[in-house]
Design a binder for this molecule. Sequence first.
Ligand code: GLU
Ligand code: ZN
Length: 260
Amino acid sequence: MARVTRFAPSPTGPLHLGHAFAALTAAGRADRFLLRIEDIDQTRCRPDYEQAIYDDLHWLGLTWEPPVLRQSTRSTAYQIDLDRLTALGLTYHCTCTRADIRAALSAPQGPAAPAYPGTCRTAQHSHGALRLNMAKATAPLPDLSFTESGQTLRFNPRQLADDIILHRANEGFAYHLAVVIDDAFQGITEVTRGADLQSVTPLHVTLQHLLGLPTPQYHHHRLILDDQGRRLAKRDDARAMSKYRAEGATPADIRHMVGL
Ligand code: GLU
Ligand code: ZN
């Protein structure tokens, strides 16, 4: 079967070496390589960053099969699947602010976003963010599995604790919903992405089951770290591909820098 992979950057900043590695890895593993612009959060995305993505990828020597899928054009599709979850009684409105949620959690929290304590689950609000009632959604599910780098991983979806947000009042559809719908829509057979997203893969596989979507294979690749051993982020403009380009680096230099 032809392997279809994708690179799915958000146009919220310049592409850095971590993105170069992700794109080269996904393209290198693909029979067909697709591009998706994850621009659902319109408050943070900019057209010049989107254009820079195309320029940087072309400069690296990458080509992708058209059309580019832009998430900002996909609201109708996301809404249909959100409505299906609502019709199944699996969503509820939540009016909590981030401060409300912090206050409702007595245990000290680590750096990761804390799980939602369920404050609004039975409140019957008619506005606010839409959350997934995870306990209700996963109660009838069997154990699930997916393939990670060729290995079958099994998990119990009933152990997923967080009532994730599917739609925010101001910012719109959430990443977790959009990503599973679009991977299916684009016919992705292997989700090739960074190890930072490995921990949310059971959630994505669970959403695929709830929505009747196929589960692709997964390949989470290593992350490119800075000198302090931290993952590169959008703030690391110093590592922007455009900066290396301006300094005269070649695509081969970039491959070398990321260990390819
Ligand atoms: N848009 C995400 C990012 O820029 C990637 C999401 C994914 O590959 O599932 O990191
Ligand atoms: Zn709430």
